[in-house]
Design a protein. Sequence first.
Length: 412
Amino acid sequence: MLFTPPFRGFFLGRTVSLLGSSMAPVALAFAVLDASGRLTDLGVVLAAQMVPQLALLLVGGAVADRMSRRVVLVVTNLGAGVVQGLVAAVLLTGQYRPAVVAGLAFVLGAIEAFASPALRGIVPELVREDDLQKATAVLASARNAVKIAGPAAAGLLVAGAGPGWAIAADALSFLVAAAFLARLPPRTVVPAARRRLLADVRAGWVEFRRIPWVWPMALSYCAINLVNTGPWLVLGPSLTKERDGEAAWGLVLGVRAVGLLVMSVVVVRLVVRHPLRVGTVAGAAGAAGLLALGLGFGTTWSAVCAFVAGLGFAVSGILWETSLQRHVPREALSRVASHDDLLSYAAIPLSQLLVGPAAAVWGGATVALWAGVLFVVAALAPLAVKPVRNLGVHAAGGSRESNSLNGANDCR
């Protein structure tokens, strides 16, 4: 049964935290813009949060594999709650200073670098292997549901009480999540012989390269983020506004979110023999939204394509996450996941920086169209690698519990 007490507690804590976090970007944007009126300030705050997250991700992965992931998650949620509480206090007391808010965002980004690998590594400790796909799909359903409800709730709270109170709600959500997570069982996997932290980071890199299906998929997702994030987030609003007005883009985003939610619910019961084979093909459908922008589709067909893209993203993401949880040794899972995260996250700001100059040279629609084509190529490219095509549901020969990280001389 999936909803045993450990997973139920994790699910409730994670859902509460996600709801608060989905409100924070909307509230923070309004707070900074209301206080200073300068877009540059908002950009500095967002960058201040991203930089330490990228810089410390690999260290965070090593820490999550060395320690109890429950402890890491409780500490990081408490820390994030305190930081967001301070941000809320600064805003509610009218003491806004760009440097103060950026500094707190920097601390929050550092905390997230430790939380993310622990989150990706803890689920196999809470459910049976046969329930991993269901658990991942249920968590994805909650995440996609709050993506719809959270920003709407934030908008109402910001309009009715002010952005500071929405940030305060996010702070409270972290503290509530910490209370749920504190009730999780202790670590069930004994870590390998203790080494220096940097040696564990290097060992994680060795494990990441060693598994023949992990790095091709990680590189694929990196390339997808590079060609998708900037064009979708930057060109999407501008091209849609030119053709059908501002409301059209909101509709497209809403329908895309519905596609994510619908498919994440469906995948709970989906039986797949070769998850990466199915996930890569489904992931190529994520390009549909970009192709619609590039081909100049109207609102109706753009929304249909966005819905299809949402379906594809959901299948691809859930099957990828489940594959990692099933086949990567638990004592190395957080480190392998941190390398995956680093590749994905690093491509996002680069994509956002490149899309503007590219659109200035070739035009927004042309860039969106070719980005969509490259998206399909990047999504399908891992199928050329035999271990990706042939990865099954169950690990062969019990390999999940033994790996090169157990050797004393080995340097994920």
